[in-house]
Design a protein around this ligand. Structure first.
Ligand code: WT7
Length: 684
């Protein structure tokens, strides 16, 4: 092992002692094997899972080179399986029916529930039977819009059990966003809940879902059923009851929950009523490994979200294996991932990865700062969590309160701490390590994307000496390269486009309904490679440092947004003629939105308009996308061909006058004008 220095941290010995991969030699050997002989490497892993039929065709077949024809990736051709069976039945049949699958911890510390594998399986079968009775069959899309409750896990697994395709929409999205996604997927069923408390705020999910369903029916989408979980009668309301605004993208209609939801008997069905009438047994449908498992929408640089589609077999092997190695999971661990299942992190590392490993996890409904800023730490102490996974934005937000709220709790059970969503700054890394981990843990900074399905660059906690801020090395099966602008590979030290040279089992297979978009987004720029859209640097020790997006995307609190998506929301306002959005660094969110708006004739730039514009973005996308700054722009810095020079706007957003060459602008004088019009709050 290298000597531990101020910027190099060895794995915690309590982790490496028992680790599945306990040295860099072992990592290198396994990584080499995974590339030299993928069939031998992943073939061994398939033995841990149930396949109803074995591989009959090629173990791996693919084309990554767009100049040679259609892009495709196929793993385990001809094999048949069911991921729900592998998550649940397999463990129950092995006698683990009474093992805890989830400790559900509510928004309010008074609310908690324990769910075993056996109970999960029964509920999954019931929901599967309800769906089947409504005519949902293999390949049909089911939209899910739910809080962090066990029913969400049950819903997704029930959909998977019958071979349908889930499309989960994060509960913070607005009615418009939900409707857009349901339309794109042509979902025939929606599963939601009455409402949920997130911290002190109410999210009236059913109301938002009703609005979305109206939008869908106006566009002729026939939704057969809206299956509604009754949740609010089981949870403790914030004290005193909230009278703030709702936390969703819609303008608050309700500020307290009165136990009544609008009900349309032609579509609405209560979950508990439907489940009471069906059997708790349901045979799984045996699926081809390359059949779709789910789609999950992610931002695209054109502004229209892409339905990232994952398939069953490869995703199953990959989420299970990354979960096992990246967190060094062992029986007896209690694992806690704070991500919402509505994002890919929750799909892969709250539901599938842990359940495929038969793990025991915490499922947390609330937020890190409610009812107090020690909420995460309180939960870790309560359940003796050993593996914890959260986002840099949460770490930075909690760091602000100092060490004291952490030190109040006994966190000695912790062994591995994970980070995901954006580059973690070394200051946050060190605080996580020293204060939360008491300098006796391994930190794993896991780099991946909705598209990659699971971790693609990550330290292994028993093996990799870490440098704070670096995601370190590729996971098994992942072949990383850095390319320069001309597509030449940069060997050794250097910085360039982060690409992957061949498929790993968990990668996406297509964009739902638009394979061409899949090809052009990820494979066109550099034929022969999957292009992540991120830049990265390799240092002299071979460590990879992901430097962030190099396209028109920004990352707000770990959530990707495209500037185009925000701009098209802003120009929907009648007073806005044109808009440009850029990212500005933010001490907690990582990045925030800074928008420039050109107004239509006769409108003045007032606080009321600014509030309306912020609301417009909230209602079109969701609250998390709300801009921090909006400034007036009499004009935008455009080249003679009409392209907005965004790098100049990014400089103005941070108050930096070092604009670089602006001689190619049609009207260079606009830059100075925009600089003067910066809002006061932005100058802090
Ligand atoms: C983008 C993907 C993967 C789950 C959450 C986000 C950034 C993610 C890291 C990391 C540096 C990271 C990248 C990536 N990102 N993790 N550990 N270090 N950057 O999923 O919404 O698909 O976003 O998040 O820019 O491309 P996503």
């Amino acid at each position: 092992m290298p000597m531990e220095t101020a910027n190099m941290f060895n794995p915690a010995s309590k982790v490496s002692k028992i680790s599945h991969c306990s040295s860099m030699e072992q990592y290198k050997q396994m990584h080499d094997k995974s590339l030299k002989d993928p069939e031998a490497f992943w073939g061994e892993i398939t033995k841990e899972f149930h396949f109803e039929e074995k591989v009959k065709g090629k173990f791996l077949d693919y084309n990554f080179d767009i100049t040679k024809g259609k892009i495709f990736v196929r793993w385990l051709e001809g094999a048949k399986t069911n991921i729900c069976y592998n998550c649940l039945d397999r463990h129950v049949l092995a006698g683990k029916g009474d093992q805890v699958a989830f400790y559900w911890e509510g928004n309010d510390p008074a609310d908690a529930e324990v769910v075993t594998y056996g109970e999960l399986l029964k509920d999954v079968c019931r929901v599967a039977n309800v769906l089947k009775a409504k005519g949902v069959a293999k390949g049909d899309r089911v939209a899910i819009y739910m809080p962090m409750v066990k029913h969400l896990v049950v819903a997704m697994l029930a959909v998977a059990r019958i071979g349908a395709v889930h499309s989960i929409v994060f509960g913070g999205y607005s009615a418009d966003s939900l409707a857009d996604r349901m339309m794109d997927a042509q979902a025939s069923v929606l599963i939601t809940a009455d409402a949920v408390w997130r911290g002190p705020k109410l999210i009236a999910l059913k109301e938002i879902a009703d609005d979305a369903l109206k939008l869908c029916s106006a566009k002729d989408l026939k939704v057969k059923m809206n299956l509604v979980v009754q949740h609010m009668n089981k949870v403790t309301a914030p004290q005193p009851a909230s009278n703030g605004t709702a936390a969703n993208g819609n303008v608050a209609k309700k500020t307290h929950f009165d136990d009544k939801v609008n009900w349309d008997p032609s579509v609405d069905v209560w979950w508990h009523e439907a489940l009471s009438t069906v059997s708790s047994e349901c045979d799984p449908v045996w699926m081809d490994t390359e059949d779709p498992l789910f789609m999950l929408y992610t931002s695209g640089s054109t502004g229209k979200p892409k339905g990232v589609q994952h398939t069953i077999g490869g995703y199953m092997l990959y989420t299970a294996t990354t979960f096992k190695y990246s967190f060094d999971y062992h029986q007896g661990d209690v694992y806690f991932c704070t991500a919402d299942i509505g994002w890919i992190t929750g799909h892969s590392y709250v539901t599938y990865g842990p359940l495929l490993n038969g793990a025991t996890s915490v499922l947390f409904e609330g937020v890190p700062t409610y009812p107090h800023t020690g909420r995460f730490w309180e939960i870790i102490e309560k359940y003796k969590v050993s593996k914890f996974y959260t986002a840099p934005t949460a770490i930075r937000a909690l760091m602000k309160f100092g060490d004291e709220p952490v030190k109040k709790y006994d966190l000695s059970s912790l062994a591995v701490l994970g980070s995901v969503g954006e580059p973690i700054n070394p200051e946050a890394w060190l605080w996580y390590y020293r204060v939360v981990g008491d300098s006796n843990v391994s930190i794993v900074d896991t780099f991946w994307q909705t598209e990659t399905g699971g971790h693609v660059i990550t330290p292994l906690p028993g093996a990799t000496p870490c440098k704070p801020g670096s995601a370190c090395f590729p996971f098994f099966g992942v072949d990383v390269a850095l390319l320069d602008e001309e597509g030449r590979e940069i060997k050794g030290e250097g910085e360039g486009y982060l690409v992957f040279c061949r498929p790993w089992p968990g990668m996406m297979r297509t964009v739902y309904g638009n394979h061409e978009r899949f090809e052009t987004t990820y494979f066109k720029k550099f034929p022969g490679f999957y292009c992540t859209g991120d830049g990265a640097r390799r240092d002299s020790d071979g460590y990879i440092w992901v430097t962030g997006r190099i396209d028109d995307m920004l990352n707000v609190s770990g959530h990707l947004l495209s500037t185009a998506q925000v701009e098209s929301s802003l120009v929907e306002h009648p007073s806005v003629a044109e808009a440009a959005a850029v990212a500005r660094p933010h001490s907690i969110k990582g990045e925030c939105l800074y928008c420039f708006v050109t107004l239509t004739e006769g409108n003045s730039f007032e606080d009321k308009l600014i509030a309306e514009l912020k609301n417009k973005v909230r209602s079109k996308i969701g609250a998390f996308a709300s801009p921090d700054f909006i400034q007036l722009a009499p004009g935008l810095p455009k080249t003679r061909s009409g392209k907005i020079m965004r790098r100049v706007l990014r400089k103005i957003a941070v108050g930096d006058k070092d604009f670089g060459d602006i001689s190619t602008l049609a009207d260079p004088s606009i830059v100075e004008k925009l600089f003067e019009l910066r809002p006061k709050e932005s100058k802090k």
